[in-house]
Design a protein around this ligand. Structure first.
Ligand SMILES: Cc1cc2nc3c(=O)[nH]c(=O)nc-3n(C[C@H](O)[C@H](O)[C@H](O)COP(=O)(O)OP(=O)(O)OC[C@H]3O[C@@H](n4cnc5c(N)ncnc54)[C@H](O)[C@@H]3O)c2cc1C
Ligand code: FES
Length: 252
């Protein structure tokens, strides 16, 4: 983990309202793995006080990129950064996905901005693994396909692809899933992850999820990011023990 002042190289609208920023940061880019995140200071002043965590979306070995939507103050400030500006980043943080394992096909299940960690993950998979990406959004505007492979889409309102949520889409494709040795990699809203957990238990499918919660330090000091453990008494820390967990090990 390093604390760096890194230079913003690119900042543009990727698709719909999704912003992409690319930051020159070789120290982080050379040492990160898919599913890890960075804690970004979004302004030069003390407001907002807390950094914002963002999944590493992609890297080319020197630069790292992140995608985000404008929700509140942090993402608004980040979207206004100018090329050449210095950005204070801590990273890489957290554990990342385990790409090893006894599977032939990686099943990506992403809801909305939960798509963020997967361009890097897909690029990093061993060459003998196939990928199928199940991407869900509320409407066509919320579907993010950047960096994805072999895409099957669902929208809640039916404006693009299958009409329904992404877990219903998995059910529709259950024969395909059960005909392969699969491992699911997922990130998205908690309601989606809860339904995914039931789905994976029902069909005995291995699954790792990247979880989200509000954070402060980002590296295990403040105890501010607990997630209830399902396999022991107590809690895990999302920033240090996660953000990626075996879906069976946490209460979502
Ligand atoms: C490990 C980790 C990885 C993350 N990766 C990404 C990423 O790759 N891209 C990304 O955009 N965000 C990601 N987030 C969330 C991100 O850190 C911010 O919380 C989010 O972008 C909003 O920040 P903000 O300062 O704009 O909003 P805030 O000012 O903190 O919040 C403004 C309002 O928006 C709501 N809000 C905050 N976050 C969300 C959300 N995700 N969905 C819906 N409503 C929300 C809040 O409840 C609040 O009402 C990640 C979080 C974690 C813990
Ligand atoms: S954010 Fe401080 S311990 Fe996790």
């Amino acid at each position: 983990m390093v604390i760096t002042k890194s230079v913003l190289k690119e900042n543009y609208l990727l698709e719909n309202s999704i912003h992409l920023i690319k930051i020159y940061s070789p120290e982080i880019a050379k040492n990160c793995c898919p599913g890890q995140f960075c804690n970004i200071k979004v302004s030069c002043s003390d407001y907002p006080l807390l950094r914002r965590p963002f999944s590493i979306c992609d890297t080319d070995g020197n630069n790292i990129s992140f995608i985000f939507n404008i929700y509140g103050e942090g993402t608004k400030l980040l979207s206004q950064k100018k090329i050449g500006e210095e950005i204070d980043i801590i990273g890489p943080l957290g554990n990342g996905f385990n790409l090893k394992g006894d599977y032939n096909t990686a099943i990506i299940v992403a809801g909305g901005l939960g798509a963020a960690p997967f361009p890097f993950l897909i690029k990093s998979l061993p060459k003998d693994k196939k990928v199928i990406s199940f991407i869900g959004g509320r409407t066509a505007k919320d579907v993010i396909t950047y960096g994805m492979n072999n895409i099957i889409i669902s929208t809640d309102d039916g404006s693009l692809g299958f009409k329904g949520n992404v877990i219903q889409l998995l059910e529709e494709n259950i024969n395909l899933l059960l005909s392969e040795k699969v491992k699911v990699f997922s990130c998205g809203p908690n309601a989606m992850l809860r339904a995914l957990k039931e789905f994976c238990i029902k069909y005995d499918i291995v699954c790792e999820v990247s979880t989200e919660c509000a954070m402060a330090c980002g590296f295990g000091i403040c105890q501010g990011c607990p997630i209830e453990a399902a396999d022991k008494d107590g809690y895990y820390l999302v920033c240090k023990d996660g953000p990626v967990f075996d879906i069976r090990k946490v209460v979502i």
